[in-house]
Ligand binder design. Sequence first.
Ligand code: DP6
Length: 339
Amino acid sequence: MSNIVTVIAPVNIAVIKYWGKRDEKLILPLNDSVSATFDTSVMCAKTSVSTHPDFVEDQIWLNGKEESFSNPRLQNCLREIKSRAVAEKTITEDVLSWKVHVSSENNFPTAAGLASSAAGYACLVSALAKLYKIKSDVSSIARLGSGSACRSVYGGFVRWHAGSKPDGSDSIATQIADSNHWPEMRVLVLVVGNTQKKVSSTVGMKISSETSELLKHRIQHCVPQRTEEIIEAIKNKDFSKFAEITMKDSNQFHAICLDSYPPIVYMTDISHSIVDLIHKYNDLSGETKVAYTFDAGSNACLYLLKHDVPKVISLIKYAFPSTSPENFITGLSVAKEEI
Ligand code: DP6
């Protein structure tokens, strides 16, 4: 078998957010979510995995620094990969007993609400799946690392089905449309801060699930309809509908964070200024030309169409004169490749 495998995996940013779990261990969500996968040329994770009879222990390096391999999510992913390798009879018993070494890097801020765990785990699991020659669907293994990671396994627009089975076998990602479907779609990431977020997504969504009434309302009364509507908008390339749902869902997610007890605050004053600016720009344009969305952090992701990118970049530079080029990750198209 080949002893070293390197894989690149893209970031995905949700337009219908995943927030809350029905099973903490298997990482099963309370609601469906929808995302777009970015082009790997600008934002991606890169992971190399290797296995060798001389390795004494499983080891992992993240951005050059050794981290503990005892992380239960990491262990669950490796265990599942190995059990699939046994079921699919892809490797021999002795290779299975060899230890693995993992080295992973991101080319964007880690844990600043930029979906680093999504790309990281999608990459790790895809690399391990290649190393152990797994043929079956890997999105359900990536999900064991970080929920949102299962969506990074596919390019284009992706839906993660919450599913209802206790074993999670129906909680998988499927592609809504591939990257060629809406080639004019672009994403502009505005890096507002690259410091570690105070409350991780995992902890934040646990607090919200336990305390927020609004979260229950969203899951029952908002997400099912929104999911169908945004899928329709993606299929019809209806940008203004897509944008309106994206912004409303981001706002509702952050309202749930505030409705949690104790409240969780991810957006900063600058994030809110970006929201105001986009609404003013859309109003002045007479149509919805840009959508913002914020994950568990202060950084903004703007969805817009290709021909509006130069104008919107100028607008942001004008509104935030101190913005330097490294505050922008620009012009991303929705990913062409799949891992
Ligand atoms: C706000 O996938 O990071 O980005 O499953 O606990 O690892 P865990 O959480 P994670 O949560 C992502 C939350 C979000 C919304 C989204 O990506 O859908």
